[in-house]
Design a protein around this ligand. Structure first.
Ligand code: FAD
Length: 507
């Protein structure tokens, strides 16, 4: 196994190429050759601007330094997501919100603070009681100091970034530093046989043959779907949104604050994302076309950003939520949109691309025998990860008290995965437990569930919660510590933009 061919040069293609080249071929003249072929005619999806904290490790592992990354991709720091009006629509014009932050004062697996929050919070939100990050985000403060080492901060963080610029950086780095071979050509035909993909014909780079093929062709799924016929399992009956409209919004001034969290605001038939990077905001309205026309959705987004006259360009994107029956079939692995797509509410797609690249690199088959075993393990793992991602995202809709037809349809029992229904049923009667999250590759940890359940006012058996309190002193110390940290952080930390400007200036 010496040759890997990646077809497609979006975020999935270039991240996978960089990771595989770094792990399998860098520093070894005998190593694996990674080639990436991409079309210059078919654009990348061009969205995908929210990431998870894992991105720091991924970038460091492929040898990109943080200052270069921040400067080249206009990236900013993300400390979580602020969910606005998800629990209920605004009442008398007043919005409701809650945070899904990246860090809690104590890992829920060590001690679930929820029962103590019920007991002692005196009306303060769960997120504000267990984490300093909502307060920092509300104040637009950075999670790190200028003096912090690269990829380290006072608080856990991820990035908001320009998707197109990320691809350009990865492309340059993968070729110049990691030896990835780059071909620009359209794949016009894919040949398959008993072993899977036999070869790939292009319009101007001839016939390409490899030992392992990675399908990163986006929604096209040229290899895994069109050539190998691996079935796509739609989840349109569970996650109802099917379209998005994206608009990039300039800042009013070069010094405008950059938000430190993704802002997700619920709408009557979907939700709007609002992501601040250094040079602009990226916004988008994700909605269900059964309940809203795209004209109406665009008009709602334009009102949200204050562009009623329609001066800014809008990009319309059709979304097909679902996943492949197999992600790795014979000698072909699908990564990115060709493998699966779940709506972007929790920005899970790039995280799952990182996870895919890591797993392919570690299970890279050295011979044909190993190919099937690696494929089996990979498929099991990613079925689990995608299923749990679907459960987690669906939970946001199921817990909402909104009553518009779209939200009612989202709560119909037939639209709720059984795994989620069972968990919610259980959690009415007892606090969420670390034993609910035993799988090592659980995409969303217990903390994430607690933020959403508690933020959305999930109703629980109060008596069971009362019985769950055995370590009141520890919990009270944690809560007090959060308050001290809030005070200290407000004095210590600077605004996102100030830190980013300093990094831009001094590297
Ligand atoms: P693409 O970007 O579509 O790339 C496909 C590549 O295949 C292109 O290079 C194209 O040229 C090439 N190609 C196709 N056909 C051929 C051919 N015949 N020959 C040669 N090359 C070909 N993810 C997150 O993690 N966070 C987010 O905040 C987020 N927001 C999103 C919002 C929306 C509305 C959508 C739709 C997605 C979002 N995602 C998000 C998902 C994220 O955008 C994708 O997972 C990510 O960009 C990876 O895309 P890709 O590389 O698989 O596909």
């Amino acid at each position: 196994m010496k040759k890997i061919l990646i077809v497609g040069g979006g975020t999935a293609g270039w991240l996978t190429a960089a990771k595989l080249a770094r792990t399998l071929s860098a520093n070894s003249p005998e190593g694996v050759q990674v080639t990436l072929v991409e079309s210059s005619d078919i654009p990348t999806i061009g969205v995908g601007e929210g990431t998870w904290p894992t991105m720091r490790k991924t970038l460091a592992s492929i040898g990109i330094d943080e200052a270069t990354f921040l400067n080249r991709t206009d990236a900013s720091f993300k400390q979580g997501t602020k969910f606005v009006n998800w629990h209920q629509p605004p009442i008398n014009g007043v919005n409701h919100h809650y945070y899904h932050a990246f860090t809690s004062i104590l890992d829920s697996a060590e001690l679930n603070l929820t029962p103590y929050w019920y007991k002692y919070s005196e009306g303060q939100s769960y997120a504000d009681t267990v984490s300093v990050q909502p307060a920092l985000s509300e104040a637009g403060l950075s999670p790190k100091l200028i003096t912090n080492r690269p990829y380290e901060g006072l608080q856990n963080y991820a990035y908001h970034l320009d998707a197109g610029k990320l691809v350009e950086l990865l492309k340059e780095h993968a070729q110049q530093q990691l030896g990835v071979k780059h071909l620009i050509a359209n794949v016009v035909q894919v040949h398959s046989d008993d072993t899977g993909i036999a070869s790939v014909d292009t319009d101007n780079a001839g016939r390409l043959i490899a030992d392992l093929y990675i399908d990163c062709t986006g929604f096209e799924a040229l290899l895994i779907g069109k050539s190998l016929g691996v079935k796509f399992c739609s989840i349109k009956d569970q996650l109802l949104v099917d379209q998005a409209i994206a608009i990039q919004v300039p800042y009013e001034s070069a010094e405008q604050d950059i938000a430190s969290a993704t802002i997700s605001t619920a709408q009557s038939a979907g939700w709007i994302w609002d992501i601040g990077i250094q040079s602009r905001r990226g916004t988008g309205h994700v909605f269900c076309s059964d309940y809203m026309s795209s004209d109406e959705a665009e008009s709602i987004l334009r009102t949200y950003i204050g562009d009623e006259k329609g001066k800014l360009n809008a990009k319309h994107i059709k979304m097909n939520c679902g996943y492949r029956e197999k992600f790795w079939h014979k000698n072909c692995v699908a990564v990115g949109l060709s493998a699966a797509f779940v709506e972007p509410l929790e920005a899970s797609a790039i995280f799952l691309i990182e996870a895919s690249a890591n797993m392919i690199a570690e299970l890279f088959p050295r011979n044909d025998r190993q190919m099937n075993r690696s494929a089996e393990k990979y498929n099991q793992s990613f079925h689990f990860r995608w299923q749990r991602t679907i459960d987690f995202i669906k939970m946001h809709y199921v817990l909402s008290k909104r009553q518009e037809p779209f939200w009612q349809a989202n709560k119909l029992p037939k639209s709720i995965p059984q795994s989620l229904s069972l968990m919610l049923e259980d959690w009415h009667d007892r606090p969420v437990s670390k034993y609910d999250f035993e799988h090592v590759f659980e995409p969303f940890p217990q903390d994430s569930y607690q933020y959403v359940l508690n933020g959305m006012g999930f109703e629980v058996d109060a008596l069971a919660y009362q019985f769950a309190c055995h370590r009141d002193e520890v919990a009270k110390q944690c809560f007090a510590h959060v308050e001290q940290l809030k005070h200290k952080a407000q004095q210590q930390l600077q605004k996102n933009r100030q830190v980013l400007n300093a990094i831009r200036q001094y590297g």
